[in-house]
Design a protein around this ligand. Structure first.
Ligand code: PRE
Length: 293
């Protein structure tokens, strides 16, 4: 055999050829593993839906609303607390938000009435309730609340109250509580450092506590004693406000206080307040501002 005949032997593959073959094998193996995991995830999602259907068909939930934002918050906090690895926390929240939306819809008709001032609020509603839920945009907060009161929608998503907003936008001043109550603050989760646009969700009846909640209290006063005095009175009653929004509408002064914990009708701290009326407007789970990105 000559040196020339050596050249008849198939040349060694270029250095990258061998890795190409093995990376195709590796890709195939990883995709097989992904398929296996997808089947398991799908099995579990189907099993979860069957449990929700059982819960919906049995009487265990009584006449409670299909939407239980406190329970959702507890589930998400627990999952985020055990979460690790490469999948961002926000992706976990989005996956489960889609599941919750579908679970609520499985428990009967579920429609969201939306009054949005800005496109971001409409997006918030979609992100929160998932892709499959009907969202009905309405031209005013009053119309959205009327849709909930009439049973045409199960929840109204409304702009977060702001200092100095025009009368017709200050929906909280006439919210028919305790019949209608604030039950959730959107978004429940955002990455740390983000300050996302926010909205409130109002539904029929009392919301369910999540274990870490904040309440809204509407206060009416015949005379304007000023913000500092109102803060002092709330603090003295054991209800130090996290924030306080004040409106002077003709002779009536109204305030919206955000308070720690659950403050509901009959709370003894309310009777200690030197105001004409103090009406709890509901509560919501303290939003999570994650570190997981
Ligand atoms: O726990 C309930 O009451 C449910 O209806 C189940 C479930 C869920 O999918 O986990 C569905 C919707 C509610 O908003 C909260 C929880």
């Amino acid at each position: 055999m000559t040196a020339a005949s050596d050249t008849d032997i198939a040349p060694a593959p270029p250095p990258e050829a061998a890795p190409q073959g093995s990376s195709a094998d590796a890709l195939g193996a990883l995709r097989t593993e992904i398929d296996r995991l997808d089947d398991q995830i799908h099995d579990l999602v189907m099993r979860r839906a069957a449990v929700v259907a059982e819960l919906a068909n049995s009487r265990v939930k009584g006449g409670a609303s299909p939407l239980r934002p406190g329970r959702e918050a507890m589930i998400l906090r627990r999952l985020l607390g055990r979460h690790a690895g490469a999948l961002p926390g926000g992706a976990v929240v989005r996956l489960w938000r889609e599941i919750f939306g579908a679970s609520s819809a499985m428990q009967g008709g579920f429609t969201v009435a939306l009054h949005a001032r800005r496109p971001e609020e409409a997006r918030l509603a979609r992100d929160h309730f998932g892709g499959a839920i009907p969202i009905r945009p309405l031209p005013s907060a009053a119309r959205a609340l009327a849709a909930v009161a009439a049973g045409e929608a199960q929840v109204a998503v409304l702009p977060l109250p702001e200092e100095g907003e025009p009368d017709e936008q200050a929906w909280w001043t006439s919210l028919d509580a305790p019949r209608l109550q604030v039950a959730a603050r959107l978004p429940f989760w955002a990455a740390k450092g983000e300050s996302p646009p926010e909205a409130l969700a109002v539904s029929l009846g009392a919301p369910d506590p999540s274990g870490a909640d904040r309440s809204l209290l509407r206060i009416e006063m015949a005379e304007d004693r000023g913000r500092a005095q109102l803060v002092a009175a709330l603090t003295a009653a054991g209800l130090p406000p996290r924030s306080l929004l004040l409106r002077r509408d003709g002779g009536v002064v109204r305030a919206l206080a955000e308070l720690d914990g659950v403050v509901a009708e009959g709370d003894p701290r309310l009777s200690a307040l030197p105001v004409a009326r103090a009406l709890p407007l509901g509560f919501y789970a303290v939003p999570e501002r994650g570190v997981l990105g």
